[in-house]
Design a protein. Structure first.
Length: 445
């Protein structure tokens, strides 16, 4: 029964809205009577405003669009990750995790009311053009993005393969906007790449967490191990915007044999969950370095936090993004869906990832290839071979190295100071492990 407070003469559509809102169970039973009265009052105000607009707005009001806009505004007032997904937006959301869509390849969020890049996806038009994490998208094809929802922005960025989109970017410290005209492409399905740095030392890069990511990582590990026993591994999660929770848990499980990986806590007890490692999935106990940066978010932070808390890996790089909230998708009857934040992520030690992110064990700031900082760094690294009239040691050095570095790996290390530092760390860990094992062997003799 509709309370007396809303028994006013309003058009049928408003009466229906109020009736739907005030059905039993639409207001939490835990609400105090005064709070319930406030809710009824605001709903009545909403119905009256809609009625006035229907009768007096300069153009005929599209009621469905107006109500959907009101729902968008309601969710936008909560947090950047809660949203109303219209049927077409919900279908696009489902496509994202299946791995196939056409666009420019960036993960975005809303920060301080501005569409902001979490990170570009590897090998996409955005990444190749030089778009970076924390870039603010001010315009898309000349249209201001302020006031746009995430899915409105995503829809503007996507389009037919081969079509162009122009985005205007503001980057902290810049004096003017930067314009990028990008050609839309199919975003890669595969999320994992790997190579051998030198015999015994492998590198695996995860660009995002898709449905098949764990299987891809297992395959890459198998290939690396077939080339020789792994003495150390670098797991690169830089500019990885996240993805599926189960894949983050499974990836962590590959390197842990016990203990909690991640837990969630919400306002309702049924949102409290805990995910633990299984001993039979562990892929080895070699030294591990996890690379992260400000573009590492959500699922990436779960993996880094779990391996860091269990002291299974050294986390290196820069502070991560800090997206530590859980979103639940509730399908609606008309093909739309409600995406709402229901809980927070916590690392095994109980740290909340939200806002703070993961602080690396070793801070390594990135130096852009070709930048003045890199030139200065290389200038300072003067060695004997750089001195005038030095004599060569070619004849004396008759033995070839037993573990040469591939040309591709050498080039990558030269252009990526964070990767170079991570390799130095993992080599040191492997060397320490070998000394420790030798010491144990001597003591048992």
């Amino acid at each position: 029964m509709i309370p007396a407070i809303v028994k006013k003469v309003v058009p049928p559509i408003q009466t229906l809205i109020l009736f739907l809102f005030l059905l039993p169970g639409s207001v939490s039973g835990s609400e105090e009577p005064k709070q319930q009265e406030d809710i009824y009052h605001y709903l009545e105000t909403f119905a009256n405003v809609l009625s006035i607009l229907q009768e007096n707005y300069v153009e005929e009001l599209q009621t469905r669009q107006a109500i959907e806009g009101a729902i968008d505004g309601l969710l936008l007032s909560l947090d950047p990750h809660s949203s109303y997904l219209k049927p077409e937006s919900y279908r696009e959301f489902q496509d994202d995790t299946s791995g196939s869509f056409t666009g420019i390849g960036i993960e975005i969020t809303i920060r301080d009311g501005v569409i902001t890049v979490i990170s570009p996806i590897e090998d996409t038009p955005a990444q190749k053009a030089g778009i970076k994490a924390q870039d603010k998208i001010i315009k898309i094809d000349g249209q201001l993005t302020k006031g746009k929802t995430l899915f409105e922005a995503v829809k503007m960025l996507r389009g037919a393969k081969g079509s162009e989109v122009t985005i205007s970017i503001y980057r902290d410290g810049a004096e003017a906007l930067r314009e990028y005209t990008l050609v839309r492409e199919n975003i890669p399905v595969y999320s994992v790449k790997s190579f051998t740095i030198k015999p015994g030392f492998g590198y695996i890069r995860i660009s995002n967490f898709q449905r098949n990511t764990t299987n891809e990582v297992k395959d890459k590990l198998k290939i690396l191990q077939e080339k020789g026993s792994l003495q150390g591994l670098i797991l690169d999660l830089r500019n990885n915007p996240g993805g599926l929770l189960d894949q983050a848990v499974n990836i962590s499980d590959l390197f842990l044999d016990e203990g909690v990986i991640v837990s969630t806590r919400g306002r309702k007890s049924d949102q409290d969950m805990s995910f633990s490692a299984n001993a039979n999935t562990t892929q080895g106990n070699y030294p591990l370095v996890v690379l992260v940066n400000e573009g590492s978010a959500s699922a990436s932070e779960i993996v880094a936090g779990a391996l860091q808390d269990h002291r299974r890996a050294v986390v290196a790089g820069t502070q991560t993004f800090g997206k530590g909230s859980v979103q639940t998708i509730i399908p609606l009857a008309d093909g739309a869906a409600l995406k709402m934040t229901t809980a927070r992520y916590y690392t095994p030690s109980g740290r909340s990832i939200q806002e703070t992110g993961i602080t690396p064990d070793v801070i390594i700031k990135a130096i852009e290839p070709g930048s003045e900082d890199q030139k200065e760094e290389r200038t300072q690294q003067v060695r004997e071979k750089d001195l005038e009239n030095h004599f060569s040691n070619a004849e004396a050095n008759l033995e070839k190295s037993s573990d040469p570095m591939t040309g591709d790996a050498l080039s990558r290390l030269q252009d990526d100071n964070q990767l170079q530092s991570a390799f130095d760390i993992v080599k040191s860990l492997a060397l320490y492990a070998s000394f420790r094992d030798e010491s144990k062997t001597e003591r048992t003799k």
